[in-house]
Design a binder for this molecule. Sequence first.
Ligand SMILES: [Zn+2]
Length: 473
Amino acid sequence: MTTQLLRYAINSSNELVSIEDVPNGISCQCFCPKCKEPLVAKNAGIKKEHHFAHCSGSDCPGATMTALHLLAQKAFQQTKKIKTPHYNGAYYKESSSTVIFDKVTLEQTVKKDDIYLRPDCVAQINKGNSTHELWVEMRVTHEVDEKKQSNIKKTGVACIEIDLRPLLMTNFNEDTVAKYITNDEQNRIWISCPKLDKKDEERRREHQEKKRLKEEDERRRALIYELEHKKLKEEIHQWLISGDDERAKQIQHEIEQCPYDDDYFVVSQLVEQESILHYILHSPKNQAGREIFYTLARFYYKQFNQCRQEIWQQLKKWQWRQFDATQENDILFEELLSAYIIAKIVQQTDVLFCYDEFMYKKWINLYINKRKVRENCFICLAPLYQHIIATNCKDITELTEWVIINAPNIASLFLKAIDYFDTHSKTQASPKQKLATEHLRQYVMNNPNSEDEITAKILRTCYPYTFAPQYNL
Ligand SMILES: [Zn+2]
């Protein structure tokens, strides 16, 4: 840093004066702001910049810095205006702002508790009966040291430090120093700011609390996941020791296919179809469902009767929902038959008679920690079911058209249902029905978003770990 020539001094009235405002030579009657030695004004020349020199010829390092310090205090006392520093707390931030005070006092000794302090400037704003205070430290040499900083903090008063050193590189004067204090946002820091520190602390606590809750939730999820996963493994184990390796492998495969991820899951076609058929077959008000049921019943009736005794035994074993009945005859024939039909159509396996509560739990176990898959299928298909009930519509062709017009977001799901139904029912679809299905397929192909919407809806409506069957749509 090049040493600036001294351009400000103290006159005989103890005022800070500029070299431009005093008579030339010794008659300026000025003193050095730092060492208080008499000065000589050199402001008549044109070759060299106007300046004060010590009469003794002393170099007096730091005289300019002291002059700047005094000039800054004077400027602030006159404008009563300051630009505060940006507040950059770890959790709370606030931009710089301009504050105008009612009064600025310089070099005033302040006693707070047992601490004596002498801030460069004490600025005050009167608000009603109370006075708001801000201390300002003008830095030209040393920053406010740790001890002083700690003492200032103890007083609970707000304090800022303005670093004036960049001005030493310039030909500063009253104007530039005043502008530096009132307009510049840089070169200043908060030494103490109880009000904003409090906000920062509040934010920190909020943040910690959110973090704590999140961690707690994660721990809870992990625990549930672990427990349910263990249950699932046990179930597979049970299947394995029961000798049904194929079924166990199938379940294992299904589990692996369903990612245990929060953002994505697969709806098994089996689960989907089981849901759809269950509803169609068992809604008591659903005439169309009953029609379908009886058609299917005729198709499977012979097979069903052949193994009716076995079915009955199996029901006992599975502790089926209706099993408070003590006699076979007490169980609704329709229910027994429909269980068989669902097993035949949907499962194509020997997991029989568990389509109801039990089946529900079974599937939930299979798709554990994912979502309420089956339940959400119900939710997704709700508009279709409601339409079937309300209109008593019997015709799959009409339903297809209805879906396209009124519930396009379930078009894709409904198409899957029809396809699955066609594949597994072993009955030929009528030409009219085929045409309708084709129309639906075209619609789904041209509107690929419909499937995304379903997924989105499933994701929206699902909440893990709360299982509540919703059979009454
Ligand atoms: Zn001096």
